[in-house]
Design a protein around this ligand. Sequence first.
Ligand code: ZN
Length: 369
Amino acid sequence: MRTTLTWSERFGTHDMGDWAIYVPPVGLVEPDVHIDNPKRTARLRRLIVKTGLEERLDVVAPRRATVEEIEAVHSPEHVAAMQRVAEVGWGDAGGGFTPMNGESYDLALWSAGSVLTAVERVLDGHADRAWAIGRRSGHHASRDTGYGFCIFNNVAIAAAAAQRRGVERIAIVDIDAHHGNGTEAIFYDDPSVLTISLHEDRMFPLETGGADARGGPGAEGANINVPLWPGTGDAGYLYAFDEIVVPALDAFAPQLLLVCAGVDGSMYDPLSTWGLTAGGFAEVARRLVGVAERHCGGRAVFEQEGGYSPVYAPFCWLKLLEVLADAPLSEDPFAPFLAGAGFTFLADHQRALVDDLAVRLLPTEARTS
Ligand SMILES: [Zn+2]
């Protein structure tokens, strides 16, 4: 079993500098490190070395995506706009909080290229599984705009490339705590790509992610949104996986599994209130690897998305990657602090929410009960 890790040193250094939050009417509060900074990714890279996990991985330098590959899912106008920002040296990719500097456009091409490289490694038979590190994230970027720290939709670009190579059924599972709105929009009318997003209910983006968004005409059921409440915890999250995500994947039987590996649902993340633990992410990875083994000839590519706790996100990513690489699990240094937090028990209201969603989202024959 071979697992590829795609990595460029630039992913661990691309920095937007400090930021300040505007608080009306007093103005800007004092600057701090931007929440989407490269330290978390650099820390993951060091953990991979320090824990010995690197010995189980083929570390591969990614290639850069071409403009043609980007334009398979984005409009030429969006690509041109991002190019212009790079020439000016400063700007925003969309929404007013997706800062770019003179390097960001190039880094976005390399980030998309990182997922393309990972998918190529798997499709070419050089690896069974792959983990693509990138910097910048992608799942909020849609055809005509960047959004939510994302410039280009890396996983969608890689899925489109796999389609061109003849892969007929692709599943994209987005475990990030925020809705994969860009990926949903890009493949909304395509029944050959099953998009599943678990996210905190009505958090970000506020206006998307409802369970009633099921796919466009001819693609009904090919988009599945699983909005879960604050305080979901490992038990609620895994229950949703077992009752909705895994049955949906088994019914679809993908030939290639792509995972948007966001860990911003973790206990210490400033951008969600789910309270997941690294151990919970390991269980998520086990379920996804199982799906890949059952349907995809083992082929699974995880690509990195959000994760904003500088201390905890790297350990959560590490845990996903350890399971992906069939490596022994390292110790979660935060586990002693989380053991009694109460997020590991399934509450009745969580069970009821997930059971209700399963009835709404899955055909009768795919349901577990
Ligand atoms: Zn996120």
